[in-house]
Every structure is written in C-alpha cells, then in structure tokens.
Design a protein around this ligand. Structure first.
Ligand SMILES: [Zn+2]
Length: 316
C-alpha cells in the first residue's frame, strides 16, 4: 500500500462526497422545525445561539482553539452545509482559504454568496484597520479588507446579535417577537457585564502591550490598551530574526511588559522575547471554545479580562 498524505486523503474524500451530494437532491428549507444554522467560527455560533434560543440549531465549522485564517474543515461539514438554512461568516476574507470550496461543494443554493441564507457578519460591525491603499495577498497580508477579528469588542457583539435577530425574524416572521425579545435580553446583560469589565480594566488604561497576531485592535480599543508592536512582521507572516530583534529593542525602549499570544501560535519566539525584555507572555483567548469551559460570549470576556488584570497587576 502506498502512503497517502492527509491532504490527499482529504481531497479524495471531499471529491467523493461532492459527487455523492451532487447525485442527491438538496433538501428544501423546513417550514417548521428549527432553523439550521452553520457558522464559520465559534463566536458567531455563540451569538446566533443567544438570539436563536430553542428555535435554532447552530454549529460552527472552526473550533475556538483553531486559527480562523487556516481551518482544516472536516468533510463531514459538507453534509451540515447541505442542510443549512443560514450560513453566518466573519467575512473580510478571513475564511477565504477554506470556506469557499465547502460552500460550492455543498450544492446548497440557500447559502451561496449573495443568497438570502448567506449572512456576512462584518456588514454589521465596526471594522478597524481598513487599508488606505491597495493591499494584496501577494504581500502575504491576511487582512486585506480591514481587521476581521472584530467580534472581540462587546459593542460589535451586540451589533452582530441584532443583525442575526433581524435575519431570523425575516426567515420566520411568526417567531419575530421571540427573537427580538432574546436579543433585548442579551443586549441588556451584555451592557451590564461590559460595565463590570470596563471597571476592572480601568486601572490599566493606556498600558502598552505587544500581540502576536493583529487579533486585538477592537478589544484593545474598547478597553483602552495601547498595542505598540507585533511578534508577526505582518498578519499571517511568521516572525523573522530581524523583526524580532527590532521588537526586543522597541519593547525595552517603551518598557512593554506584556505579550499577548493567541493559543494556536508557537510560544518559542514570544518566550524568548519575554526573557530578553522582562515581559510576561499571556495566552489570551480570541474565541469562544478556546478552552473547554469558555462556552459563551460572556465567558470569553470574563476569561480574558481576568487574565489581563492579573498580568497588569503583576507587571511593574
Ligand atoms: Zn487575522
């Protein structure tokens, strides 16, 4: 037997599944029953669940501990996409490396781009870091349309939840008041929790941090932190010796004591930078499900705010 690579096996399975699916009819959207929602990421799943309650069934393709730019989607998701009434994506080309073929191969007309069941959450959020000139992927930048990690601001979480609630109401007018009520409840709780988070972070306003990837502009703007550098030279480009050297010099000059790292990056470079600058590495979670107990949108901010408060209070 010849050895087959995982990638080859995946392609082979995907191709045979696609053939199988093409030979079958896509089931029609159900008039009653739960609205079948597939989301690209776990944060969007959490928000959809908040407003959808027991009228929806939600599943995320990416897991919260995966880098959302580079997801290895299991072929089983083709079957889920095929049944989906609604697909919710982050957009801004975050999923460009892995989602388009799945949408295409699902053969489900309801969730194709521009179909009513394709929901781009970025249209409802405040987007930061929109490039002024033309940025192409040829330069390796994975944020060519602005920063796609926008869910890390509670205000954006609320805006997206409102957008989803309106979408669900449009799909199921009979349940519109249910979705609106759930949205109101979520928004009220989120604002209350956010007051608490802001209060806890207040003593650390203006603190300088370095982050591995540009995952945190919305988060740091909301909480008044100052991101002065990145471990990656550009989004999606791994650390280089030259960049790391400049980063260390800058951190010493600016007295930066905290490096935030997403859980899916190698800690080697951040740790060596930390060693040479007296900083500490904090593995902050960018998504719901980054750890098993982080099961919803509130727990995500609770977890991150707690870690930051600990890190800042320990730093001199
Ligand atoms: Zn990114």
């Amino acid at each position: 037997m010849r050895h087959k690579s995982n990638a080859f096996r995946f392609t082979a399975i995907t191709a045979s599944l696609a053939l199988l699916l093409a030979s079958l009819q896509v089931p029609p959207a159900q008039a009653a029953g739960k609205i079948q929602i597939v989301t690209a990421t776990s944060d969007l799943a959490a928000l959809a669940q908040e407003v959808g309650g027991d009228r929806v069934e939600v599943e995320s393709i990416a897991r919260g501990y995966q880098d959302p730019h580079f997801v290895e989607a299991k072929p089983s998701f083709l079957l889920k996409l095929r049944k989906a009434d609604l697909l919710i994506v982050v957009g801004l080309e975050l999923e460009i490396g892995w989602l388009p073929p799945l949408i295409n191969q699902s053969g489900n007309p309801r969730i194709q781009v521009a179909a009513p069941g394709y929901f781009d959450a970025s249209r409802f959020a405040q987007i930061l870091e929109i490039p002024k000139g033309v940025v192409t992927r040829a330069e390796g930048d994975v944020h060519p349309l602005g920063n796609p990690h926008y869910w890390l601001d509670p205000a954006n979480g609320q805006r997206i939840a409102k957008g989803i609630a309106d979408k669900l109401s449009e799909m199921r007018p009979a349940d519109a008041s249910y979705f609106e009520q759930r949205y109101q409840t979520f928004a009220k709780r989120l604002q209350e929790e956010d007051q608490k988070w802001l209060e806890e972070m207040k003593p650390y306003k203006g603190r300088k941090v370095v982050t591995y990837h540009r995952s945190w502009p919305n988060f740091t703007e909301h909480f008044g932190l100052n991101v002065v550098g990145y471990v990656e030279p550009r989004p999606g480009i791994p650390p280089s010796p030259q960049h790391t050297l400049e980063l260390i010099q800058m951190m010493k000059r600016e007295n930066v004591k905290v490096i935030l790292v997403e859980p899916y990056f190698d800690l080697k470079t951040p740790q060596s930078v930390a060693q040479q600058t007296g900083a500490q590495v904090v593995v902050l979670l960018p998504s719901v499900g980054g750890e098993k107990e982080i099961a919803d949108y509130f727990k995500l901010f609770n977890y991150d705010v707690n870690l930051l408060v600990k890190a800042f209070s320990a730093a001199r």
